[in-house]
Ligand binder design. Structure first.
Ligand SMILES: Nc1nc2c(c(=O)[nH]1)N[C@H]1C(S)=C(S)[C@@H](COP(=O)(O)O)O[C@H]1N2
Ligand SMILES: [Mo]
Length: 259
């Protein structure tokens, strides 16, 4: 299976589905064929260090990494998530879990903390962020719990933010991490997804400031990922050459969690 080559011509949606099914079937068949011996081997394999991947067996992690590579290429910077007209966006935006966004919080006192690779920390206000070019997106937000909804968000592209605040050097490191101010919820992102042109630091929902329960004053909107990666109430942004901690990866979900 060689997934690194880009297809020569644009595939239609139908072809893409066929291709995906074909690949899934291939993986399934190979896994089935090797099942018994493979299982014995996997069963005896050592566990990975807990923390980052919830103690998955090492060979299993390798298989996941292969899948990730495939998706990373599939969702290159040129691949855009489908967008919709504003009229199709939900007026009653669904609200999900609230880890790290409970408790006392004064929106007006908020500042975003960015940790540079030099160790320097910069503090950025919401007005500085709002002064940057605004990007809006209407897309289908998908939660792993099984719901999805067309939603309308506005903010600054993470890549524009990175360029404006002199963080291009940081993007050479492979990973970005975001945390709530209380550090109770956190997500780790691979750099290609972070700098994807549809990834935004959102301060608006349906054309108005993001409400508190949706992550005021600033949340991540990353359409190439499931809801779990769309962190509400960003407190800090960090860059690293190794995977940064991820709340749901620590609880057994795929670190990548791409669509
Ligand atoms: N801080 C924080 N961000 C979070 C979560 C959370 O529990 N805490 N839940 C995630 C999940 S699972 C989803 S589906 C979306 C839901 O965002 P919403 O509440 O605005 O619908 O936020 C994500 N970001
Ligand atoms: Mo979710």
């Amino acid at each position: 299976m060689e997934n690194n080559k880009k297809p020569k011509k644009e595939l239609t949606v139908d072809q893409k589905i066929k291709r995906r099914n074909f690949i899934s079937f291939g993986v399934f068949a190979v896994m089935g064929g090797a099942a018994y011996e493979g299982w014995q081997w996997l069963y005896k394999a050592p566990k990975e260090a807990v923390g980052i991947t919830a103690g998955a067996r090492q060979p299993l992690r390798k298989a996941l990494n292969k899948t990730e590579l495939f998706f990373r290429n599939f969702f290159s910077n040129n691949h855009l998530v489908k967008t919709y007209p504003k009229e199709m966006a939900a007026k009653n935006v669904r609200h999900n879990s609230d880890i790290g966004v409970q408790g006392k919080f004064v929106v007006d006192d908020w500042k975003l903390q960015v940790k540079k690779h030099t160790g320097e920390i910069i503090n950025i206000t919401i007005d500085q962020i709002k002064a940057l070019p605004k990007t809006e997106i209407v897309f289908d937000f998908k939660c792993v719990e099984g719901w999805d909804q067309i939603q309308y968000w506005g903010g600054v592209k993470l890549i524009d933010f990175i360029e404006h605040f002199g963080l291009v050097e940081e993007t050479k490191l492979g990973y970005v991490g975001l945390m709530t101010p209380d550090e109770k919820y956190y997500v780790g992102l691979d750099m290609p997804s972070a700098v994807h042109p549809q990834t935004i630091l959102a301060y608006e929902m349906n054309g108005k400031p993001v409400p508190v329960n949706h992550g005021a004053p600033l949340r991540l909107i990353i359409p190439v990922k499931y809801g779990i990666k769309n962190l509400k109430r960003i407190g800090s942004i960090t860059f690293s050459d190794t995977r940064l901690p991820d709340y749901w990866a620590e609880n057994g979900y795929d670190y990548y969690s791409g669509l």
